[in-house]
Design a protein around this ligand. Structure first.
Ligand code: ZN
Length: 389
């Protein structure tokens, strides 16, 4: 049956976890606190992963159970249809037999009527013989009629009576046979009626089973919906914890004086060209793209991705207006195609500070920012350093 009780308690933990996520991690916390925050979130992530796995396994079980019920419903449907078809055939047979019975009953009644009328004729003839016999005998005695005449008349009457008796015997035999057939037909009808009732019972039983299975499936469907909702929520929790951990790790890096860049344009606009091999937007064919292009409107602020010092600001036929910021540790960020820059060589910049405006100078088809991250002057994929989009 439905194991809804087991399926129900897991997501009751959910609101508590979500509430704890809303507590922001304050700035300027100690490194130890950061490590604690990360550890706490990692534990919660593990918990979320375990809950996700459990809910998914519960969901699999629900799917399996629903599949079993679907098969049972199919079987029951088949049983029900079979029983109904059986009932229809038996009932048709019973109706045929009933029609036969009705005909036989009519025949029996007709035979009874024939017998009754024969009996009436027979009795009136007997009376006639008695009366005529008496009268003619008297007539013979009184000499008013010949004895021969009397005898021949008596003989004729007796022949007729004998014929009557024979006919009545035949009719009686007919009647008996018809009555026998009528009884057999009645018995057959009763038998068919019993079988039809049995088939009806089977159909009713199948219908009842079907209703029960549908009920079970409804409960499972509710469980499924709840599980799917819980899974979706746990996935959100899991993802948010991951993002929070990433941000805390960035903060950790920053505190340790390590490179931890942010997105170069607020709102993280879409990437229009990835780092690496790909089609050249101007001359066609493949080329090795040394940075990541972000599509943005002309004039959109360009931000310093990390604290550093501006080491170059110049025009280049390929990069257009180019700015290079050194972040220490052999890492530098390059910004290309800007309309203009508002910081100068030698200037110290803070992470997130506006350094320029998006433009379309140099080798460019439209306003965008070309961002490079170079480590010891080797171009790296910026997206492997920047926060996940
Ligand atoms: Zn580019």
């Amino acid at each position: 049956m439905v194991r809804s009780r087991k399926l129900r308690y897991r997501w009751l933990i959910l609101p508590v976890v979500l509430a704890s996520l809303l507590i922001p991690s304050p700035d300027g916390v100690r490194a130890d606190d950061l490590a604690d925050d990360i550890r706490m979130r990692q534990e919660k992530m593990d918990e979320a992963a375990a809950n996700l796995a459990a809910a998914k396994s519960d969901l699999d079980r629900v799917y399996w159970q629903r599949e079993q019920i679907r098969l049972k419903l199919q079987n029951t449907e088949y049983e029900m249809n079979l029983a109904r078809a059986k009932h229809a055939v038996l009932d048709a047979q019973r109706q045929d037999v009933q029609a036969t019975w009705s005909k036989l009953d009519a025949s029996v009644k007709e035979t009874e009527a024939r017998l009754a009328s024969r009996k009436g004729q027979f009795h009136s003839r007997l009376r006639a013989i008695q009366e005529r016999g008496r009268v003619s005998y008297l007539g013979v005695l009184l000499g008013s009629a010949s004895y021969g005449d009397f005898l021949s008349r008596m003989e004729m009457l007796q022949t007729i009576v004998k014929h009557d008796v024979e006919l009545m015997t035949v009719i009686r035999a007919d009647k008996q046979q018809l009555e026998g057939e009528r009884t057999a037909a009645a018995a057959e009808e009763a038998r068919l009626k019993g079988l039809a009732a049995q088939a009806q019972e089977q159909a009713d039983l199948a219908a009842a089973k079907q209703a029960e299975f549908n009920q079970q499936d409804k409960a499972l469907q509710e469980g499924q919906r709840a599980l799917e909702l819980a899974i979706a929520e746990w996935e959100v929790v899991y993802e948010r914890l991951g993002e929070e951990i990433y941000k805390l790790q960035l903060e950790q890096k920053r505190k340790a004086g390590r490179f931890a860049p942010i997105e170069p344009i607020r709102g993280y606009p879409p990437i229009t060209d990835d780092f690496g091999f790909g089609p050249d937007p101007i001359v066609g064919g493949n080329r090795n793209h040394g940075g990541t292009d972000f599509g943005a409107n002309r004039g959109t602020p360009i931000l310093a991705i990390e604290d550093g010092v501006v080491i170059a600001r110049r025009y280049d036929s390929v990069y257009g207006n180019l700015l290079i910021i050194d972040h220490g540790g052999g890492i530098a960020s390059w910004y290309g195609h800007a309309e203009s820059y508002m910081v100068s060589e030698g200037e110290t910049v803070k992470q997130g500070q506006q350094v320029g405006k998006v433009g379309s100078t140099g080798y460019s088809t439209g306003p965008h920012l070309h961002l490079e991250i170079r480590v010891e002057n080797v171009r790296k994929d910026p997206m492997s350093y920047l926060p996940p989009r």
